[in-house]
Design a protein around this ligand. Structure first.
Ligand code: ZN
Length: 73
């Protein structure tokens, strides 16, 4: 079937909202970036997630010798 709707999109293709840009993204085998609309949106989202995941906790017990108070006296 080559039927299409008024906007030229093929019928029967489920459209989902791209989590990254909010645009329409076709949910089918042809869209390997789904639910994102494009590789760019997927990479942006994964990058944001990875930067959160790999955030290194601040070392609270690191002593800077230059800030230590002088001993004695
Ligand atoms: Zn997008």
């Amino acid at each position: 079937m080559a039927a299409a709707d008024a906007k030229g999109r093929p019928l029967g293709v489920r459209l989902v909202r791209c989590p990254q840009c909010g645009g329409e993204s076709p949910w089918n085998a042809a869209n390997k970036w789904r639910p994102f609309c494009s590789e760019r949106c997927k990479m942006i989202d994964l990058g944001a997630w990875a930067s959160e995941s790999y955030r290194v906790p601040v070392q609270e017990n690191t002593i800077d010798p230059l800030t230590e108070p002088p001993s004695g006296e």
